[in-house]
Design a protein around this ligand. Structure first.
Ligand SMILES: Cc1cc2nc3c(=O)[nH]c(=O)nc-3n(C[C@H](O)[C@H](O)[C@H](O)COP(=O)(O)OP(=O)(O)OC[C@H]3O[C@@H](n4cnc5c(N)ncnc54)[C@H](O)[C@@H]3O)c2cc1C
Length: 427
């Protein structure tokens, strides 16, 4: 793909079930704003909405379409937590337990609040299962359970035995699970577009099909596309794994690919069998598998794999045997959609929030935990622009690990990385 050639949405189930496609104009002429956000995924849109609600004049410049990247293609699983939390906690010292704990769930609260305030139709549902394949997974869920108890988590949560897990999700592939009704799932593209419309309704301006080609740094940075520019007091970079501008940012992020199959809508008896409680389900491996039902009762089954293309046949060949291993009962079910996207993974797994210069901020690298954390990140970015740096500094003070050749040798390094993690998952 030519990175500067604007694209339409990928052929996903989400793109096929959009409430309202966006058709924002491309950026033309010389514009000015308080803040220019580059990238209209969850990070960019969430930042823009937080800022516009506070009265900032925000312009968002998107290379493709709102939600075109990982935000509009993901599993839709709203999972609490920030990746790399132990690194985060150990580098921060004592007395920040409550703060880190609150940040684990902050993104969920933001999503629920926005869905309610702006009436966003995005199939938001409560309920999630962490499923265990190995004993060490159960041990780690027990620790999570202790923390949920310690902090008085306000939603239902409990461990499920192997038999209860099998009853709940119709498969004996797992040895137990942690049920958490504070997590959930959502149609991510409809959420992202709903939030963009909300931001527009409070004054934000969006441009699509406008790849940013250059940023002139300075007192008033200038964001430049083929036909226009935005001069702003602040710039927020929110391109994550699709970012192709600043080599400094690409060098600290691994692109990892994840893929999803959507079956045809399942008949009622199969729905009752595979997921009667309508929970999102995810295993803890790095080369993980995750699944849930869509609003129209398709099984959306996802997993990471060592492939970087977008050919639905290859995706299907890779994921279908994995889906049938868990649900052999779905052997005769048709697959209607297969698609994939790119995630930004950091070496220490801690999301990277920082600045390239005093007025150019960035946020990226959620290492798979994006739906929740991007919403928190948007709030932290908006705080940083407004001069409140407490939570921003927690992240910005952690030095990102640079990966020599991460971008140039991306595919080879990803293949090596996936192999390493596959071995680790098996232990
Ligand atoms: C298949 C898949 C499944 C996933 N499942 C889950 C899940 O179930 N739960 C979960 O929590 N997370 C999941 N994730 C991760 C999550 O989707 C991401 O972490 C999150 O969406 C990142 O959001 P973002 O806004 O930072 O980046 P993106 O959504 O990737 O958005 C970046 C945007 O920036 C734009 N951009 C880049 N460069 C430029 C430029 N130069 N000019 C203009 N625009 C530019 C791109 O076009 C893109 O639209 C999944 C990811 C994938 C790919």
């Amino acid at each position: 793909m030519n990175e500067t050639q604007p694209q339409q949405h990928t052929g996903s189930y989400y793109a096929a079930t959009l409430n309202q496609p966006t058709k924002y104009p491309s950026l033309k002429g010389e514009q000015s704003a308080d803040v220019c956000v580059i990238g209209a995924g969850f990070t960019g849109v969430s930042t823009a909405l937080h800022l516009a609600e506070r009265g900032y004049n925000v312009h968002v410049v998107e290379a493709n379409r709102v939600g075109w990247g990982a935000s509009g293609r993901n599993g839709g699983q709203m999972i609490g937590g920030i990746s790399g939390e132990s690194t985060l906690a150990s580098s921060l010292g004592k007395n920040i337990d409550q703060m880190v704990w609150d940040m684990r769930w902050a993104g969920h609260e933001i999503i629920r609040e926005r869905v309610a305030t702006y009436g966003i139709q995005c199939d938001l549902k409560a309920g999630y299962l962490d499923v265990a394949i190995k004993k060490r997974h159960l041990d780690s869920f027990e620790k999570d359970l202790d923390a949920l108890e310690k902090f008085d988590f306000p939603h239902e949560f409990r461990m499920l035995s192997k038999a209860e897990t099998a009853d709940t999700i119709g498969t004996d592939a797992y040895i137990g699970a942690l049920l958490n009704m504070g997590n959930g799932h959502v149609h991510p593209l409809n959420l992202c577009i709903g939030e963009a419309l909300a931001a527009e309704s409070v004054g934000a301006t969006f441009y699509e099909q406008s790849p940013v080609l250059n940023i002139e740094h300075g007192n008033k940075p200038k964001v430049i596309t083929t036909y226009g520019s935005v001069s702003a007091d602040f710039v927020v970079l929110a391109g994550n794994a699709y970012h192709f501008l600043e080599p400094k940012l690409r060098g600290i992020l691994f692109p990892v690919h994840s893929f999803i199959l959507a079956t045809e809508p399942l008949p009622e008896d199969l729905v009752k069998f595979v997921n009667p409680k309508d929970l999102a389900v995810c295993d803890p491996n790095f080369v993980l598998e995750y699944f849930r039902l869509s609003a129209d009762k398709r099984l959306l089954f996802g997993g990471r794999c060592n492939y970087s293309g977008s050919d639905p046949q290859v995706i299907r060949r890779n994921l279908l045997p994995r889906m049938l291993k868990i649900y052999p009962e779905l052997n005769d079910v048709k697959i209607d959609y297969a698609w994939g996207g790119t995630i930004g993974v950091t070496v220490n797994r801690v999301p990277q929030l920082g600045r390239l210069s005093p007025n150019i901020f960035y946020s990226q690298g959620y290492s798979g935990h994006g739906v929740n954390v991007t919403h928190l990140a948007g709030q932290i970015m908006a705080d940083a622009v407004a001069g409140t740096l407490e939570r921003f500094d927690l992240f910005a003070n952690i030095k990102p690990v640079r990966i020599p050749g991460a971008y140039t040798f991306g595919k080879q390094m990803v293949a090596l990385g996936m192999f390493y993690y596959q071995l680790k998952d098996r232990l």
